[in-house]
Write a protein that binds this ligand. Structure first.
Ligand code: BGC
Length: 757
């Protein structure tokens, strides 16, 4: 069974082994204290400053004065870290500047957004989460860390663990979806994948838990918008994944752009000092988000940059990413008595400790090895792993009359859609250093799978977005092209089956990509409707970075496969599923709504006072859309079928210190070997503070051969059944608890038990 405690246990064994020895820690402390004793206040503040690279380190000297100034600051110890310096050569050169010129030769720590790969792209994190498999999450992060560390990088700004309930917000693609428990389990696995149990190894990197906290609750899903959730939602939904990775030993945290309850997260002592460094005893350091110290002024919570620096450092933000607030002002603030020097010491100490753990004081160049870089990046192993993660990430949403898998002997296939031969979109956003257009397209994947046996009639039918699509610019959506549409119709007419690749452009989701409408953009629905009229069998292959509203397609397509942005090996992985070389086992981690107006929509919502249909309008509902999701959290089909037996518990009444032993038999009743994610939800129907209608608390992903039956066991104790009060106090109360067991959050069987004093 996958339980958070078990995952954490592995980490704890490692950490207690270190403390038992004691010597590793004391050596580290001794080293850092000796170094600190030699450092001036300016040098300590320098460690708290992070700059981006605007120049090619290995190329000519920077042209403009500000870059020159930055170079000088690196040389004089005014910079502790850089982001966006990539490649073994560039990191080597940059490191040399710091190590050979600064008085104490303290190495830089190189950071980068390695979100789902460095060169070889694994699926986007939201997709990978749909595998519901910590081993897959770990594998994906290991792959990313291996390649990134070979390119001289020490520290990734991942994983993002913002619990995302609103598909309008483009950054849901970077997280695990809408559930705090699943996000906790998978984020811990990701951290383990990046960091392993020894940061000094040259194939690991420090991870960063971001964005602390509640960034995903931006009002109306609008990027960088105000967050105004209560502390009840903060403690029960937003914070648990962060707590889980803090307990698991994540090296760093990043704070967030948003204001929360009137205070910018970057200036929040409650979040950073009281909770993170206080209650949770987090020993790593906190970096600001890009420019988020400066943005305290824009939020209207500081008079100027100096004031913002004061608020941020007092609140516990240890490193300044690109606000240039600490370097010019912290010394002054200390001298004026506004900032206690002990805060600077504490921040510098935390940063130096990570550098020590990475082994940078032994060899500052250890990760910058061009030969290793060449050997590891885009290796066969990387591509195989990316394909493996991708196959596990896809979710079969519909499969009428077992249309899928298709036979490889099928005579003709029409492959249609703007994403069908797109080699760029499957790479997704936050794509680090991957080469543009380097993914295996769906067209290529199908060609690889069927060889020359089937005739592939390809016609894109329409474009999705126009011109150069990139990380910075807004997209321009395409209009209908009558000729292309006609070609698509002709291709469909002469084929046995239609595969229609629809969805989003890769730069439609990600940072700065909020939408008020999450239906398919451009003329994709026109294309779909034209093809639909032909009465051919249609398989819709979706590529997208957020849930999309597709009620018409859900109604009328024969099969739908959600492939997300599946990375470098996308086309091959999709073909593996379409032609039955891999049986899909992914399950949604975000609800798909019928209509955008349902957003935010999430399965673990609270009840209202009027949850039931009264027969008139006076109950909690919409008049023009259902309350339910089109596809609920946890939903996903397989080529085989599973039957659940009657679940049972060992007792009806438990004492508060006892655990529920829950068992359920599951049988593979179909013809294929397949994996099923058995899910357990709970509900506390009468609590001091009202609780959600359902909450995921355990799951197991199990493989079954055809006809095979297994009894699956779960154990649930107070850590699973309890919750946080609005003050952040953990409560576990007597009374009835409902347990729900099933194949997704909707289709479950219910049991009830009681806890007594
Ligand atoms: C994002 C962070 C990212 C940082 C550095 C910011 O805009 O919010 O998630 O790590 O940029 O690239």
């Amino acid at each position: 069974m996958i339980k958070l405690e078990q995952i954490l246990a592995g980490c704890l064994i490692f950490f207690s082994a270190c403390t038992n020895k004691g010597d590793m820690k004391s050596k580290e402390d001794q080293f850092v204290e000796e170094l600190m004793a030699k450092m001036t206040l300016e040098e300590k503040i320098g460690q708290m400053n992070q700059y981006t690279s605007h120049w090619e380190m290995t190329g000519p000297a920077p042209k403009n004065a500000s870059s020159q100034k930055r170079l000088e600051e690196i040389k004089s110890g005014g910079v502790g870290s850089m982001l966006n310096v990539v490649g073994a050569k560039a990191t080597y050169e940059a490191q040399k500047l710091a190590v050979e010129n600064s008085r104490l030769g303290i190495p830089l720590i190189f950071a980068y957004d390695v979100i789902h790969g460095y060169k070889t792209m694994a699926p986007i994190p939201l997709a990978e989460a749909c595998a519901w498999d910590p081993e897959i999450s770990k594998l994906s992060s290991q792959l990313a860390a291996r390649e990134a560390s070979a390119a001289g990088l020490h520290w990734t700004f991942a994983p993002m663990m913002d619990v995302g309930r609103d598909a309008r917000w483009g950054r849901v693609m970077e997280g695990c979806g809408e559930d705090p428990y699943l996000a906790s389990v998978l984020s811990v696995a990701r951290v383990k994948g990046f960091q392993a149990d020894d940061l000094s190894q040259n194939n690991t990197m420090a991870a960063c838990a971001k964005h602390f906290a509640a960034y995903a609750f931006a009002e109306a899903g609008k990027e960088y918008n105000t967050v105004d959730i209560g502390t009840y939602t903060l403690h029960n939904i937003a914070l648990p994944p962060f707590k889980a990775v803090a307990d698991a030993g994540v090296s760093t945290f990043m704070n967030a752009f948003n204001i929360i309850n009137g205070t910018p997260a970057t200036a929040s002592p409650y979040l950073q000092r009281e909770i993170l460094k206080g209650k949770w005893n987090f020993e790593g350091y906190v970096i600001s988000d890009w420019g988020s110290i400066e943005e305290i002024v824009s939020h209207g919570a500081a008079e100027d940059l100096k004031h913002a620096a004061e608020l941020a450092v007092k609140a516990g933000s240890d490193m300044d990413m690109e606000s240039s607030a600490y370097l010019p002002y912290l010394k002054e603030l200390v001298e004026e008595g506004k900032v206690d020097e002990a805060l600077i010491d504490d921040a510098a100490r935390r940063i130096l400790k990570l550098k020590y753990r990475l082994g940078l004081f032994d060899d500052p160049y250890k990760y910058s090895n061009e030969e290793r870089e060449k050997e590891i990046i885009y290796s066969k192993e990387s591509r195989e792993q990316a394909r493996e993660v991708a196959r596990h990430s896809m979710v079969l949403l519909k499969n009428n009359d077992q249309l899928l898998p298709l036979s490889k002997d099928i005579k003709s296939i029409a492959l249609i859609g703007p994403l069908a031969d797109d080699k760029n979109s499957p790479l997704g956003s936050w794509r680090a250093q991957t080469a543009k257009n380097s993914a295996v397209s769906l067209l290529e994947g199908i060609q690889n799978a069927v060889g020359s046996t089937s005739k592939i009639n390809f016609a894109k039918g329409c474009d999705l977005a126009l011109g150069d699509r990139n990380f910075l610019d807004e997209l321009v959506y395409a209009e209908a092209d009558v000729q292309e549409m006609a070609k698509a119709v002709a291709a469909a007419k002469k084929s046995d089956v239609v595969i229609l690749a629809l969805g989003e452009d890769c730069f439609q989701s990600g940072e700065g990509r909020s939408q008020t409408d999450i239906r398919l953009k451009g003329v994709q629905m026109d294309l779909y409707n034209k093809i639909r009229k032909l009465n051919k069998k249609i398989v819709v292959v979706l590529m997208n970075g957020r849930p999309i509203a597709i009620p018409e397609i859900a109604e009328s397509a024969d099969a739908i496969l959600e492939t997300w942005f599946a990375g470098s090996e996308a086309g091959n992985a999709i073909a593996d599923i379409l032609f039955g070389d891999f049986n899909p086992s992914g399950k949604l981690t975000m609800s798909f709504p019928y209509a955008t107006g349902q957003c935010p929509i999430y399965y673990n919502h609270m009840n209202t006072g009027r949850p039931n249909n009264t027969g008139n309008v006076f109950w909690s509902h919409y008049t023009d859309a259902p309350n339910e999701a089109l596809y609920p959290f946890g939903y996903g089909l397989s080529y085989t079928s599973f039957e659940y037996g009657q679940a049972n518990v060992d007792k009806q009444t438990y004492k508060m210190n006892e655990a529920i032993q829950l068992k359920v038999k599951v049988k593979n009743t179909g013809k294929f070997t397949g994996e099923e994610v058995v899910q357990v939800y709970i509900q506390d129907p009468a609590a001091t503070y009202a609780r959600p209608v359902k909450e995921l608390k355990a799951f197991q992903k199990i493989s079954f051969k055809p006809g095979e039956e297994k009894e699956i066991e779960f154990s649930l104790d107070q850590s699973d059944l309890g919750y946080y009060s609005p003050d952040g106090e953990f409560l576990f109360e007597t009374g009835t608890y409902h347990l729900y067991v099933g194949t997704n959050s909707r289709d479950v069987q219910k049991l009830s038990v009681k806890f007594i004093d």
